[in-house]
Design a protein around this ligand. Structure first.
Ligand code: DCP
Ligand code: MG
Length: 432
């Protein structure tokens, strides 16, 4: 066999970078996500912390209860992106067919000796970057990814094509990527516990649970996956979200949305992307979570443009009086400035682009909060006042009810109102 797929995933990535930069943290439980006294969540944690039951997306307060001796650190996204670029460059040396799927994860298709390539890559990442990378090797993406999951941490697992079905058969249905926990639970209620049972069950028995997906899921349970590596643009999105220090009414979250849109806009521009879809995420005080999206005809990357859409989604879909504990904004349907097929989508008018670039230059020089959207100060009345940090609760803020005065341009309008900002802004918590 001369064609292999490698799934490469760095171990405990954010935490491993922190341990790399601060050697005194090596071997200790490290939790990345922010101040444990805040209401944020764990972005990731070192395997030393996982031994205590700490996991990604767990509230930081719970993580502190499980592992009080852990070192808690804020998210330093730019540093992780820099390390990620170095790792991806090492992967690209082995094959041009490379598809990064997240900040610490990529598929690579190689010809020749896949297992030997995997060993070489693991050594190179360890030697040149100083991080542990687990690699799964198989005949396709699905098998490579499952092998990687099983080999974690700091492992290598090769599943040759003729071993795939045998290797999959005893695994629990939950192990199959794309099968959610609810579906897995329903299958178990039918008496189907393993991928072997799933693969060989009569389709009619599965139909009530899997509906139109029966054939596809059964084929995947046997290790079938025709998706090529690197085909088309990988589905990508950028998102920012924040858990509020105290619940706020929906009508009072606009300043937080503005901060999130500034961070999102900066990231999009740094990476050369524009978004054709904006998604708003809101978690209510009772933890029910909604997401609402809007597609755009013109791709955008300006802070104010993003905020205008996010705000419209907020006002349309979220009753102003409801209590909210988390808000997030995501930019999807990304188009890259170097993608020739997307050129016709690039607006001829470059004013918004030039304004955004000027904003980035100011932030690069004077810090992220040197310049920002007027909406950040919406509830303070005047921009010179103390800024509204995202962790600020509703108390002390005037007004209530619906967001008032316009916070940004309407969709289609160009540019973002910018005003000087006092003070520093805390960096965001966990994001994915
Ligand atoms: N991440 C995040 N929020 C999450 C999950 C992950 O911010 N809910 C970030 C932190 C992780 C990085 O993405 O370091 C990569 O995610 P992985 O799922 O690969 O997790 P790790 O690399 O931390 O651990 P491992 O791959 O060893 O399981
Ligand atoms: Mg990882």
């Amino acid at each position: 066999m001369d064609r292999w797929v490698l799934h490469c995933d760095l171990d405990a990535f954010f935490a491993a970078v922190e341990q790399l930069d601060r050697p005194e943290l090596a071997g200790r439980p490290v939790i990345v996500g922010g101040d444990p006294a805040s209401r944020g969540v764990v972005a990731t944690c070192s395997y030393e912390a996982r031994a205590f039951g700490v996991r990604s997306a767990m509230p930081l307060a719970q993580a502190r209860r499980l592992c009080p001796q852990a070192v808690f650190l804020p998210v330093r996204r730019e540093r992780y992106e820099e390390v990620s670029r170095r790792v991806m460059a090492i992967l690209a040396r082995e094959s041009p067919v490379l598809e990064p799927v997240s900040i610490d994860e990529a598929y690579l298709e190689v010809r020749g000796d896949g297992p030997a390539t995997a060993r070489r890559l693991r050594e190179a990442v360890r030697r040149e970057v100083g991080l542990a990378m687990t690699v799964g090797v198989g005949p396709n993406r699905l098998v490579a990814k499952m092998a990687c999951q099983m080999a974690k941490p700091d492992g290598l697992l090769v599943v040759p094509p003729d071993a795939v079905e045998r290797w999959l058969a005893p695994q629990p249905v939950d192990a199959l990527p794309g099968l959610g926990p609810v579906t897995a639970a329903r299958l178990r209620r039918l008496g189907i516990e393993t991928l072997g049972q799933l693969a060989t069950a009569h389709p009619a028995r599965l139909h009530p649970v899997l509906k139109s997906r029966v054939a596809e899921v059964q084929a995947r349970a046997r290790g079938w996956d025709p998706r090529p590596v690197g085909a088309g643009a990988p589905v990508r999105s950028f998102s920012e979200e924040r858990t509020l220090a105290r619940d706020r009414r929906a009508g009072q979250v606009l300043p937080v949305l503005a901060e999130l849109c500034e961070e999102l806009g900066s990231r999009l521009r740094r990476h050369g992307y524009r978004a054709t879809q904006v998604t708003l995420k809101v978690r209510y005080a009772d933890f029910t979570t909604i997401t609402r999206s809007r597609s755009l005809e013109q791709p955008v990357c300006g802070d104010g443009e993003l905020l205008a859409v996010a705000r419209e989604l907020l006002e349309r879909h979220v009753p102003a009086g409801r209590w909210v504990r988390l808000v997030g904004v995501a930019a999807g349907g990304l188009v890259h400035r170097q993608d020739p097929q997307q050129l016709q989508l690039w607006p001829g008018d470059q004013r918004a682009q030039r304004l955004a670039e000027a904003v980035d230059r100011v932030r690069g020089r004077f810090g992220p909060s040197a310049i920002g959207l007027a909406a950040r100060w919406l509830h303070q009345g005047r921009p010179q006042g103390r800024r509204v940090p995202s962790e600020h609760g509703p108390a002390g803020l005037p007004g209530g009810g619906r967001p008032v005065s316009p916070a940004g341009p309407t969709p289609g309008a160009r540019g973002a109102p910018v005003e000087p900002a006092p003070g520093r802004r805390p960096r965001g918590g966990a994001q994915r």
